[in-house]
Design a protein around this ligand. Structure first.
Ligand code: CA
Length: 588
């Protein structure tokens, strides 16, 4: 959903920028093994990957910060992350070090106790890159494994950095950014492979998921989300439309080690004008499950066949073991842009049930109760005819956009950020829709609309009882991820700048803190030396920056209970050990 005239990214220094500081904390540099990552959910103190564990539940077993004392949370250190272009990342914490990204795929390593900056790295960006970024120069975080920190860059590279120094260990070009491929998601390391997705669903890419050897960067496999000629599903694309059909993979995935299945969501098809590609257009706007060793797709579930509304299906699924109708179910949960919260059987992709997350959905008259297939309200389908269709509910930002929900596996409650709004879509006339590499290939103009009342809501949903429990409204759209803790707290943020904690049972806000800018990132919690910390990035940018003005910002704030030992919290130096630039010693 590109802003029509996105400003080019500011050009950075010509060479790779990296500085490292002597004297790292006694952190284990050879970091998590494959087995450590599989056990990440049981690791109480650290936060080893984007969704905390392969199931993406974002549920922490830590209990020091609880309802009775959450009012005592105070900032203990903060840091700035270089640019005002929006912060969307989830930090990763391991061995006493926090690894986090700012905009433009800048990577930072901090001492997670005192905020001392250990190293930072910034990729070179080519001139003109801004024209292929639909939604701002954002990045959603790193992955770690062994000696490396992995990050994806806006010009579609995967880079492995040395964990101790921030120096490049290896890097690979994933694709040609000038053809509209870019990368903003957090990679996922599974069984010694770095799994990456790409963006470009608004630029006519053909989406894929790709795996690289974590140690060497050698390409292991590539799986296209759109089947080629002769492959099952290619018949759902007329002619050559599959070649430029979208199905981008711009978020992170999930992994079930017991089933040996890797799950990844896919974007809208291209162009947006669905009558130019009659058919289901598999596997766009879908969830696909793959064998992580080979990349071979085992099954797909399509949320929105023949999508015409930019209802990307990318939102990272949560894997949850629940009981439905008295039977244990291995489920995959996803809150979709199209306005429905889906519960699928993750062993085979079968639809179990779905429930609307917002009121007034009108692009469909309902989902088939057995298959989940939507019955499309054709009056709400924009065509390549120059005629506006309005109001379509939900607007293309969703429902729920990319910001991750959380799930408490003990209470079976999902905490779901949602937005209730509408859009108008006006398809171009078909003769005016042409594919050109690196150019926007939407074939449509859009506008988002309010419906009156609050847009944003954090909502709690009992996945087993199929019941919405409470909600916290916000006048502006919400774009922050969620953290749930075993102590019965839910943390998230809003566009008014508040980072807050609510009672997971009632939705009562128990504590909040003004961070100074809109929050579009996802909180984490970790424990070091017997002290629990909670961290969040604050900085308006990305899509919400298109729709309203609010103070820009750029900060990482870390909180703990206020009985910190004096002289410890926030006592980290900047880490600058050499005076450089215009300052020189007095001549002798
Ligand atoms: Ca899209």
């Amino acid at each position: 959903m590109p802003r029509p005239s996105f400003l080019p990214a500011p050009s950075l220094c010509a060479s790779l920028v990296a500085f490292a500081i002597v004297g790292l904390p006694a952190a284990s540099v050879a970091g998590p093994t494959d087995a450590d990552l599989v056990a990440a959910g049981k690791n109480k103190s650290e936060w080893l990957m984007y969704g905390r564990s392969y199931d993406n539940q974002r549920f922490s077993p830590l209990t020091q910060v609880k309802q009775a004392n959450v009012k005592g949370l105070r900032p203990v250190w903060s840091a700035t992350l270089d640019s005002l272009d929006g912060l969307e990342a989830t930090p990763v914490v391991e061995g006493g070090v926090m690894y986090v990204t700012g905009a433009h795929a800048h990577v930072f390593a901090f001492d997670a106790v005192n905020g001392r900056r250990l190293w930072q790295w910034a990729p070179e960006e080519p001139e003109g890159l801004g024209t292929v970024l639909c939604c701002g120069p954002v990045n959603r975080g790193v992955a770690i494994h062994g000696d490396h920190v992995y990050v994806l860059t806006l010009d579609a590279r995967v880079v492995a950095l040395d964990k101790a120094t921030g120096k490049v260990a290896w890097e690979k070009v994933i694709d040609d950014w000038q053809a509209g491929y870019s990368a903003t998601g957090a990679p996922l390391v599974v069984k010694g492979k770095v799994i990456v997705g790409i963006a470009g669903g608004e630029y006519g890419v053909r989406g894929y998921i790709r795996a690289y050897d974590a140690k060497t960067g050698d390409l292991a496999w590539t799986t296209y989300t759109i089947p080629g000629p002769g492959e099952p599903g290619n018949e759902s694309w007329p002619g050559d439309t599959w070649k430029t059909g979208g199905g981008a993979t711009w978020q992170s995935g999930a992994f079930d080690p017991a089933l040996n299945l890797l799950y990844w969501g896919t974007s809208n098809p291209g162009p947006w004008t669905s009558n130019l590609r009659p058919g289901d257009n598999k596997w766009t706007a879908s969830l696909v499950a793959m064998n992580p060793d080979t990349g071979v797709i085992q099954w797909g579930f399509q949320y929105t066949p023949n999508d015409g509304w930019d209802y990307d299906g990318n939102n990272t699924p949560i894997l949850a073991d629940i009981t439905l109708n008295g039977k244990p179910v291995k489920a995959a949960l996803q809150s979709n842009r199209n306005g429905f919260f889906y519960v699928l059987d993750r062993t085979n992709g079968k639809f179990l049930y779905a429930t609307p997350t917002v009121e007034g959905i009108n692009w469909t008259t309902g989902l088939d109760p057995v298959t989940g297939r939507p019955a499309v309200n054709e009056a709400m389908r924009p065509l390549a005819d120059g005629k506006p269709v309005v109001p379509i509910i939900p607007g293309l930002e969703g429902g729920t956009n990319w910001f991750p929900m959380a799930f408490n596996p003990e209470t079976k409650i999902a905490f779901v950020p949602t937005n209730t709004w509408a859009m108008s879509l006006t398809g171009y006339k078909s003769e005016d829709i042409k594919y050109e590499p690196g150019k926007v290939y939407m074939g449509m103009d859009y506008k988002m609309h309010t419906l009156g009342g609050p847009i944003g809501r954090l909502r709690a949903f009992d996945v087993e009882k199929r019941k919405w429990l409470w909600e916290i409204p916000s006048p502006l759209p919400v774009f922050a991820g969620v953290l749930a803790t075993k102590s019965g707290l839910v943390f998230t943020g809003d566009q008014l700048g508040f980072f807050y904690a609510a009672d997971a049972k009632t939705g009562k806000v128990l504590w909040k803190y003004q961070t100074g800018s809109g929050i579009n990132a996802s909180p984490v919690t970790y424990e070091i030396g017997g002290k629990q910390y909670v961290a969040i990035l604050s900085g308006l940018g990305g899509d919400p920056g298109f729709y309203f003005s609010a103070p820009k910002g750029n900060s990482l704030v870390v909180f703990a209970l206020d009985n910190m030992p004096a002289g410890k919290a926030g006592a980290g130096e900047w880490g600058v050990t050499d005076i450089e630039g215009a300052l020189t010693p007095v001549p002798k």
